[in-house]
Write a protein that binds this ligand. Structure first.
Ligand SMILES: [Zn+2]
Length: 224
């Protein structure tokens, strides 16, 4: 097994293939209290469970990761993750997990792992949206926002109202994101239509020229 930051990250894995270590969740559940050791079970959306224990001390989380039983016995892994803090706009502070890959060192909310944990970029995790062709991505983004707001992906339907229980600020943020994506998608579609129209018009002009070329000699032969 490679240590932290060693080996090549596999590119384009889906988030469901990895365990997620979310520092906001850890803080909310009292894992980031100095000197405290706690255990938690991680689950992957794609199936699989893993047990780990964390100990927080001096802005460092020591993780003991139980990877389960295989032919060679119980597989365990121990590594350390650094925690960085930033000030919040309205007071207080929030934690970030530092990506342990040496060349990276980004502060992120979530690290992804199977045996060790890295940030999304170093791990090569791509969300389904990144698998959509670039020209259709804005439309897909707008549809995802609508679905998250309780609507459907049908762009001919009315924009969804604020779902019950959703904070007004969250709704405004998602709605703005959706509308901006819809405008960009419309502009892309308009540009595609213009290109298609120009191509059709060029093809017609070429056809007309060819027809004249064919008709030309015929007319001459008739005049003879
Ligand atoms: Zn990284």
């Amino acid at each position: 097994m490679g240590g932290i930051g060693s080996g090549r990250a596999r590119k384009n894995g889906l988030p469901s293939e990895f365990y997620r270590l979310d520092v906001r969740w850890l803080e909310r559940h009292g894992f980031l209290v100095s000197g405290r050791t706690r255990g938690l079970q991680l689950r992957r959306d794609g199936g699989g469970r893993a047990q780990l224990w964390t100990r927080f001390q001096s802005n460092c989380v020591t993780v003991d990761f139980d990877l389960g039983q295989d032919l060679f016995g119980r597989r365990r892994s121990r590594f350390e993750l650094r925690v960085r803090w930033s000030k919040c706009h309205y007071g207080g502070r929030r934690p970030w997990l530092v990506c342990p890959r040496g060349a990276c060192g980004r502060g992120v909310a979530i690290l992804y792992g199977k045996e060790d944990f890295l940030c999304r970029r170093c791990r090569g995790v791509s969300y389904p949206l990144q698998r959509v062709p670039a020209r259709s991505r804005d439309l897909a983004r707008a549809q995802m926002c609508r679905i998250r707001l309780g609507g459907t992906g049908d762009m001919t339907e009315r924009f969804p109202e604020r779902p019950k229980g959703m904070h007004e600020w969250t709704y405004t943020r998602l709605a703005c994101r959706a509308l901006a994506a819809e405008i960009r998608a419309s502009n892309t579609l308009l540009a595609q239509l213009k290109t298609a129209k120009r191509a059709t018009s060029d093809a017609k002009t070429k056809e007309g020229t060819r027809a004249t070329d064919i008709a030309g000699p015929g007319a001459i032969s008739l005049s003879i």
